[in-house]
Write a protein that binds this ligand. Structure first.
Ligand code: ZN
Ligand code: ZN
Length: 342
């Protein structure tokens, strides 16, 4: 051992401590609210970072390669478009409206499994975890305990708005699920052998979803139809958690900050009609009329007409009118209170 060895050891230790300090500061300021929730273990955190950053790096590299070659395999583009719709519908029609809210029933267990498998291929976690987290979101929307509210614990200045947005988009993924969510997950797992099977084979299903486009378009299929597709579908879904609780129209009075956002609805097969969804969580259709685009609702209508699904929960015109009236009264009350305050 040389005399300088302890000094080297100390300097490595101090570099390590400094790195941990920088990492903690960056994560605290960008993603986490306050470290009040325990964050996930090191392996899970690293996996989440690879899962998030990998596709973000892949997209510009793939684009640069396509521009450089002045060509892109049209089969890969088709795999991207087809995969986007299939995985997206797996999340909206499967994970969300079927598993979480039970807005309809499938007439065959095999169809339920197919829809949930498509959702698992999206890469947003096992079905019970997704549905458990979303159930907690509905029971604590924009209040303490909401896993991904952009409002709880954030200031109103631009820094707080930015931090809230990033937390709701991706930062919350670094936090350990709350006991409430864990209870929901256990209940959902206990209620369905199909869910348990998909949960237990989740990584294999995710991998198959990433690699399958390679069968039609080689490595470009894997890149565009697998990795880039996962990136786009996931951030579109996460934008419902962030943007649809920040920007858009409130058509119904709800006890939260949910919004209808047409742009996000276009990207998410209808999920962007999020104020409507919080007003009527169990309803299978998130869009009302042709103005509110909801591809998932069109698919569910088609499936119901062919006898593939039953017990589709729909809001009645009276229920919708009552909710709109509640919003009108609440708005009038707010205007009157503001006038008194002035
Ligand atoms: Zn919401
Ligand atoms: Zn929901």
């Amino acid at each position: 051992m040389t005399p300088s060895a302890p000094t080297t050891g100390r300097s490595w230790a101090s570099i390590g401590q400094r790195f941990q300090g920088v990492r903690r500061t960056v994560l605290t300021s960008i993603t986490h609210r306050s470290w009040s929730m325990p964050d996930r273990g090191a392996i899970k955190r690293s996996a989440i970072t690879v899962w998030m950053v990998g596709p973000m790096v892949t997209l510009p590299v793939a684009l640069g390669y396509a521009v450089h070659r002045r060509s892109i395999d049209p089969r890969a583009v088709a795999a991207l478009a087809g995969g986007y719709v299939i995985a997206g519908l797996g999340v909206t029609a499967g994970y969300h409206r079927l598993l979480t809210h039970r807005s309809y029933r499938t007439t065959s267990p095999r169809l339920e499994a197919i829809v949930l498998l498509a959702g698992a291929m999206a890469g947003q976690g096992p079905p019970s975890q997704w549905a458990g987290t979303h159930t907690t979101h509905h029971s604590h929307t924009d209040k303490p305990g909401d896993p991904h509210s952009p409002h709880v614990d954030f200031d109103d200045d631009w820094r707080g708005v930015l931090r809230g947005f990033v937390h709701a988009q991706v930062g919350w993924l670094y936090e350990e699920p709350s006991p409430t969510t864990t209870k929901h997950v256990e209940r959902i797992r206990a209620g369905s052998a199909t869910v348990r099977w998909i949960d237990d084979h989740y990584l294999a299903i995710l991998g198959a979803g990433l690699l399958a486009p390679g069968l039609v378009a080689g490595w470009q299929g894997v890149v565009w139809g697998g990795v880039v597709r996962m990136l786009l579908v996931n951030h579109a879904t996460f934008a419902v958690n962030s943007i649809c609780h920040m920007y858009g129209q409130r058509r119904f009075e709800t006890d939260d900050e949910s919004r209808n956002n047409t742009f996000i609805a276009l990207l998410t097969q209808g999920e962007g009609n999020h104020n409507k969804h919080h007003a009527f969580p169990k309803m299978a259709y998130h869009g009302i009329g042709w103005r509110e685009y909801d591809l998932t609702a069109y698919v569910l209508r088609w499936a119901e007409a062919r006898g593939l699904i039953t017990d589709v929960v729909k809001p009645t015109p009276v229920q919708i009118a009552e909710r709109i009236e509640r919003l009108r009264l609440a708005t009038e009350r707010r205007v009157a209170l503001a006038a008194v305050a002035d």
